[in-house]
Write a protein that binds this ligand. Sequence first.
Ligand code: NAD
Length: 355
Amino acid sequence: MSTRPIGIGFIGSGGIAQNHHLPVYQKLRDEGLVEIVAIADVNEAVATATAERFRVLHVYTDYRELIARPDIDAVVVCTPNFLHKQPAIEAFQAGKHVFVEKPIALNAIEGAAMVEAARVAGKKLQVGYCMRFSTGAQAVKRLVDDGRLGEIYHARCHALRRRGIPAHGVFTQKDKQGGGPLIDIGVHILDLTLWLMGHPKPVSVSGQTFAKFGKRSDVLGLLGQWDPSKFTVEDYAVGLIRFESGASLVLESSFAANIEKDEFYTQLMGVDGGAYLNPRDIAETKLFREESGMLTDTTTFGLKPNVWHDAEIRSFIDALLSDKPVVAPGEEGLVVAQILDALYESSETGKEVYL
Ligand SMILES: NC(=O)c1ccc[n+]([C@@H]2O[C@H](COP(=O)([O-])OP(=O)(O)OC[C@H]3O[C@@H](n4cnc5c(N)ncnc54)[C@H](O)[C@@H]3O)[C@@H](O)[C@H]2O)c1
């Protein structure tokens, strides 16, 4: 069990750290729960500006110096995907807990090494699957746990952008990111769906990926202009996952596709009811059933606004203070990574991949 205030170190201080993590940690510091001890970023200007903005005293360009500090109990890894594994493993070896942004790592081999390092160190590893903490997801989880859907035999989930190829960071470079929309936004909706389904054991994956837009310079960039010459990931992926229970899941994810509009949802099909959830919009939380000879649709009222990063980070800190299991542990992040690896392999080989 950790004692308050928990010493926190940030590795990577870019978009997600500045916009979502640090504002919450600032509140937790005011509540006396944490101390934000240090920030490490290879970009010294970014690290220094972020440290000034959030009143953090120590700045490093080498994350190893941050990890070496004895007053840091937990490390928050907010670097690009190819830099999740190494800082996390070194933090475990130094006796720290780790919160790593999603996905767990570039692939399942890296993810497994992180899970093993956490086990050996006896420390906690949480993966940044923040959408589990959205108000709508929590509500649908309660419906599932209350048995309102019955057996869930199938799910379909979409994380689709019509024109949303990222222009910043390394999100279009396979070697640094591990893939395209599948590993960036598809992971969120896949993780959410697996969690709502109660984590059935995946047995096989069949998938197909395409790169039809990202390498072209004549395609609209609604998120800014990316460099087509550096685009080495897919821009659309589809997969069918079969589970040991007999259930299945279909996942689609895109950065660019000729579709009417962006879609971000999961739809669970149960024998007693179906649920539709857009974790970003609480108004799109719905339940479909047949009751007393009628088809009934239930919409929801009174759900609190989403504060998912707040809830996610508070849950991590609570797990450290109370020595409870984390929500979204490394083991579950590893299963997501195994499914992604299998989907990419299936697309390359043209065959179903057995896990
Ligand atoms: N949970 C979410 O919804 C969500 C949203 C956005 C990003 N993310 C994840 O967060 C991670 C970072 O994404 P981002 O959008 O903040 O990217 P970003 O490019 O804005 O920031 C990454 C930062 O890491 C720094 N960095 C690179 N190498 C480093 C090193 N060796 N040591 C220390 N710092 C280093 C960069 O200089 C940069 O400041 C990714 O894994 C991404 O998938 C999660």
